[in-house]
Design a protein around this ligand. Structure first.
Ligand SMILES: *[C@@H]1O[C@H](CO)[C@@H](O)[C@H](O)[C@H]1NC(C)=O
Ligand SMILES: *[C@@H]1O[C@H](CO)[C@@H](O)[C@H](O)[C@H]1NC(C)=O
Ligand SMILES: *[C@@H]1O[C@H](CO)[C@@H](O)[C@H](O)[C@H]1NC(C)=O
Length: 531
């Protein structure tokens, strides 16, 4: 008996030392919030319902189906315009703390301007918000997620400096309708995609202007965000006490084996710094190194001035400090090195930065996921948060997106479970080892959707959606069961068995482990009686 207790004690000590070192034993703090995200154009459908006007994506998909990998469009998508109660139901089933969705500008303001608010649009988002609150789920709302009214695109869209006022006017309408119930706001999502990727590749709004358009878009997007943030701060925050920021998609960059750290750092300043320095740094404005390099290159190319429009002193003051947290979207990483002479530099933001003469590669051990740009590097998420904190100081970090896709859409998606587990592990290390103040994690995405130029081929969902079914049936994948357990327990270890009952597949998967847990339980009960 004595010996027995002693050995139990030794096991306990060894176990606790081991578990201290073992990341999978770390837990998320009780205040940490978990959610999932979607975006209006990608799920809503109802593209021409009531008085909604077309967005740049309606026009792009209808006029250029050849540029979408499967020729698809968001005309019906998950039909969330009609089936939003199903979305609320699955969000509640997952036990999420919050659900991040976006508002469609052309659905709420058909002319693009606040001369008239669509009553159907206004009611739709109001009911969705009330439905979430009734289910105990906090709404986190993105004001703009790439679906500009085509009427504003016809006036130049994000390349017209007046858009910052048009956006601010739209944001004021959104705040005035929903700020009483919504406490966390994202002004704009991933300007690096709708500016850099759009204007480099010529996808919606189908304007290719990789040297001029993308920089106009960048500057105006940052100022638009700033104006919206200031409107909330002045007119709504005193009464509603919410938080407002933007969501930046940043790729992590590190030098390849013969690359220099200096080159990787330039790439970071170009990719992440241009969207962060104007808002999060003490000085404001563009990252100085990038501003100088683009000015120099522009002059060499024969332009009379820099292609990158400068911030005026007034604009620097206007934009600086317009945040309540850092909203971070993370998916992938690249290795960087200087281009070799005669080497063709691929398309920014996916394969290189021609502006800086930098090419990208990847490590062979980084797993590949679809679509073409996706290489998996979980550690990049942790490095990125430390880099941002070192650059801009301590602040709250909120991971507003991460997730992974596959093409076969299988229900038993072990690769997706692994993706989430490994990325959550990096978040735990950020919190516990780096003492980064990360407060939330958002899975992209709640359910399969229209993935922009990859159409319906890329499946990113925790839930599968049957797009051939009128009712767009949503079915939980194994990753949904996994994520639900993370939300409930704060632990990233996959559950031994699943109490989840409405998914036959996962039940089958877990039935063996169920038996295993039963045997373990019986063993311990017998052992305890022995004692
Ligand atoms: C809306 O678009 C669908 C095709 O997606 C079309 O069949 C329908 O007639 C349109 N409705 C209106 C009111 O234009
Ligand atoms: C890029 O680097 C290559 C190789 O060093 C060089 O030949 C080329 O002139 C550089 N281009 C620019 C725009 O700096
Ligand atoms: C983290 O950020 C939240 C929200 O701003 C704040 O309430 C909390 O005190 C911060 N925690 C730390 C350790 O700084």
């Amino acid at each position: 008996m004595y010996l027995h207790l002693q050995s139990v004690f030794i096991i306990f000590v060894v176990g606790s030392v081991w578990s201290h070192k073992n990341v999978s034993e770390l837990k998320f703090p009780p205040w940490f919030k978990f959610g999932a995200a979607t975006a209006a154009y990608q799920i809503e459908g109802g593209w021409n319902i009531s008085d909604k006007s077309p967005s740049i994506w309606d026009v792009f998909t209808h006029e250029s189906p050849g540029m979408i990998s499967d020729g698809g469009a968001g005309d019906e998508a998950c039909d969330s315009y009609r089936l939003w109660r199903e979305d609320v139901k699955i969000v509640a089933d997952l036990g999420l703390d919050f659900y991040r969705f976006s508002i469609s500008w052309p659905r709420l303001l058909p002319s693009g301007f606040p001369d008239r608010i669509s009553s159907a649009g206004r009611r739709y988002y109001s009911e969705l918000i009330d439905g979430l609150l009734a289910a105990g789920v906090e709404p986190v709302v993105t004001v703009y997620h790439w679906d500009l009214p085509q009427s504003l695109q016809d006036l130049g869209g994000w390349t017209n400096p007046l858009i910052s006022d048009w956006f601010a006017d739209y944001a004021r309408v959104v705040f005035s309708l929903y700020a009483d119930r919504v406490k966390t706001w994202i002004t704009i999502n991933e300007p690096v995609i709708y500016c850099d990727a759009s204007y480099t590749m010529g996808v919606a709004p189908k304007v290719q202007s990789p040297e001029i358009g993308l920089y106009l878009c960048k500057k105006h997007a940052l100022i638009a965000h700033a104006k919206a943030w200031r409107i909330y701060d002045k007119e709504f925050k005193p009464k509603y006490h919410g938080k407002v920021s933007l969501s930046n998609l940043i790729m992590w960059f590190e030098p390849d084996d013969d690359g220099e750290e200096e080159v990787a750092e330039l790439a970071r300043q170009y990719g992440g710094g241009m969207y962060s320095h104007p808002i999060y740094s003490k000085e404001g404005g563009w990252p100085p190194a990038i501003e100088q390099l683009i000015a120099k290159r522009s002059l060499e190319q024969g332009y009379p001035r820099s292609r990158l429009p400068a911030f005026t002193e007034h604009e620097i003051q206007l934009t600086r400090g317009t945040y309540d947290f850092y909203g971070l979207n993370y998916y992938t990483a690249r290795l960087t090195r200087r281009a070799r002479s005669g080497e063709r530099i691929g398309i920014w933001p996916f394969s290189g930065i021609s502006e800086l003469n930098i090419t990208f590669t990847t490590r062979p051990e980084w797993k590949k996921a679809p679509p073409f740009w996706f290489y998996i590097y979980p550690e990049g998420l942790r490095h990125l948060m430390t880099w941002l904190r070192d650059q801009y100081g301590d602040m709250e970090f909120f991971i507003t997106e991460t997730g992974v896709s596959d093409y076969d859409g299988r229900l038993h998606d072990v690769d997706r479970v692994e993706y989430y587990q490994k990325h959550l592990e990096q978040v735990l290390l950020s919190i516990h080892e780096d003492h980064v103040n990360v407060t939330g994690f958002t899975a992209w995405t709640l359910m399969d959707d229209f993935e922009w130029i990859d159409g319906y081929r890329s499946k990113f969902g925790l839930y599968a959606v049957d797009f051939s079914d009128q009712q767009r049936r949503r079915t939980p994948r194994t990753s949904a069961v996994y994520y639900r357990n993370v939300v409930h327990t704060g632990s990233i270890t996959p559950p031994k068995y699943s109490p989840y009952s409405d998914n036959g597949v996962t039940n089958k998967i877990f039935s063996c482990t169920n038996l295993y847990s039963l045997i373990i339980t019986v063993y311990y009960v017998l052992d305890f009686q022995n004692c």
